[in-house]
Design a binder for this molecule. Structure first.
Ligand code: THU
Length: 144
């Protein structure tokens, strides 16, 4: 189920700008992603493909790595820009799990077209229901 709220303009601009730097000579499918952290900072990434195909990295993973390297640990908003502008670029399964590590169940993920208009907005929990996360692991000192 989608939501009607529209994505933050600065976050959209960051995702579209990162997308222009995508390295996608094999798929020719460029993607840009931007996350806002709980301090209001924006971190962006693009997909970076590799001649050894499986070594390619998704845009969302790059944005999250930038956030963590900058000291961020909590994602509050996400924009993903990719594709022809008609079909929403949905994060892959692996990136849903990566986003889940740093997001809340109701964190929005906006999939936008080339102009930054939302094609689809879903929450993290809608993208990855019944997910496994940090709380599923025993806390230190609770091992039996
Ligand atoms: N890709 C992303 O970077 N993010 C997505 O949400 C979907 C797919 C990349 C991976 C690969 O470089 C290319 O798009 C085609 O799959």
């Amino acid at each position: 189920m989608g939501h009607s709220f529209s994505p933050d303009h600065d976050l959209v601009v960051a995702a579209l700008a990162a997308r222009r730097h995508a390295h996608a000579p094999y798929s020719h499918f460029t993607v840009g992603a931007a996350v806002r952290d709980d301090e209001g900072r924006i971190h962006a990434g693009c997909n970076v493909e590799n001649a050894a195909y499986p070594e390619g990295v998704c845009a969302e993973a790059g944005a999250l790595s930038a956030m963590v390297a900058a000291g961020g640990r909590q994602v509050v908003d996400v924009v993903v820009a990719g594709g022809d502008g008609t079909v929403p670029c949905a994060p892959c399964g692996g990136c849903r799990q990566k986003l889940r590590e740093f997001s809340l169940p109701d964190t929005p993920v906006h999939m936008v077209d080339g102009e930054g208009h939302a094609l689809l907005t879903l929450t993290l929990d809608e993208l990855l229901p019944n997910s496994f996360g940090p709380d599923n692991l025993p806390r230190k000192g609770t091992h039996s």
